[in-house]
Design a protein around this ligand. Structure first.
Ligand SMILES: Cc1cc2nc3c(=O)[nH]c(=O)nc-3n(C[C@H](O)[C@H](O)[C@H](O)COP(=O)(O)O)c2cc1C
Length: 208
């Protein structure tokens, strides 16, 4: 598939078909991740694939979220969100936060070597290792889309972060930026509309 087609086709999916991804394709997609640019040239990234059901349940056990649309709508109101398409994404997404991770064909926990104190950076460049792992993750999402595989990332809240580290035995110098769930979309999987932005309006010439 042509790269622009894969980029345009990549969409967040939170409802997965019960269909395995062949091991060769998983490896191909993860290999695409490892070809992303990295700040220190070393690509100090690791993937933990959580495929054991009991381990997955344990891992997601600390995720707290409203379980239905009504609860999600109340949260969205509390946060003061007013843009309809954004509200809709949150209202659809919030109740699925645990199940999407449990149902995905593959649950990948990317890890990156985190230089310095990421939560108290001294400068933007202190966050380079964090920025680099997201290049890796986007490569994975685009490569997956080219194979008809889609997914979702979830950023762990603070209590989840500590829990994840403990359950997965992540070494002290590594950090887990997100859960990355991938799979073939369920027949009824929603593909929510992207917020419309126009490239012509985003480009500034010579200054803002
Ligand atoms: C950094 C980042 C964090 C995200 N966090 C979550 C999340 O916690 N839960 C979730 O369901 N989706 C999450 N998403 C997915 C976004 O909701 C989604 O990308 C956005 O609505 C645009 O939709 P699209 O991916 O189909 O273009 C995240 C995406 C990014 C890039």
């Amino acid at each position: 598939m042509e790269v622009y087609q894969a980029i345009a086709g990549r969409r967040t999916i939170r409802d997965f078909a019960q269909k395995e991804i062949p091991a060769g394709i998983i490896q191909k997609i993860l290999s695409a991740g490892l070809q992303a640019p990295s700040n220190d040239h070393l690509r100090q990234w690791e993937y933990i694939l959580v495929q054991d059901r009991a381990q997955r349940e344990l891992l997601v056990g600390k995720i707290r979220h409203p379980k239905d649309r009504k609860g999600a709508a109340a949260a969205v109101n509390r946060w003061g969100l007013t843009i309809p398409s954004q509200r809709n994404v949150y209202i659809e997404a919030i109740p699925r936060q645990s199940q999407m991770l449990l149902d995905a064909a593959v649950l990948i926990m990317p890890c990156f070597f985190a230089s310095g104190d990421l939560l108290h950076p001294e400068s933007l460049s202190s966050l380079n290792s964090f920025a680099s792992i997201w290049c890796c993750i986007e490569n994975i999402l685009v490569a997956a889309a080219s194979e008809g595989i889609f997914g979702v990332t979830r950023i762990p809240f603070e209590p989840e972060r500590k829990h994840i580290r403990r359950i997965l035995k992540v070494p002290a110098e590594y950090e887990v930026p997100c859960y990355l769930a991938l799979g073939y979309p369920a027949e009824n999987a929603g593909r929510l509309e992207q917020y419309p932005v126009s490239v012509a309006e985003k480009i500034h010439h010579d200054c803002w």
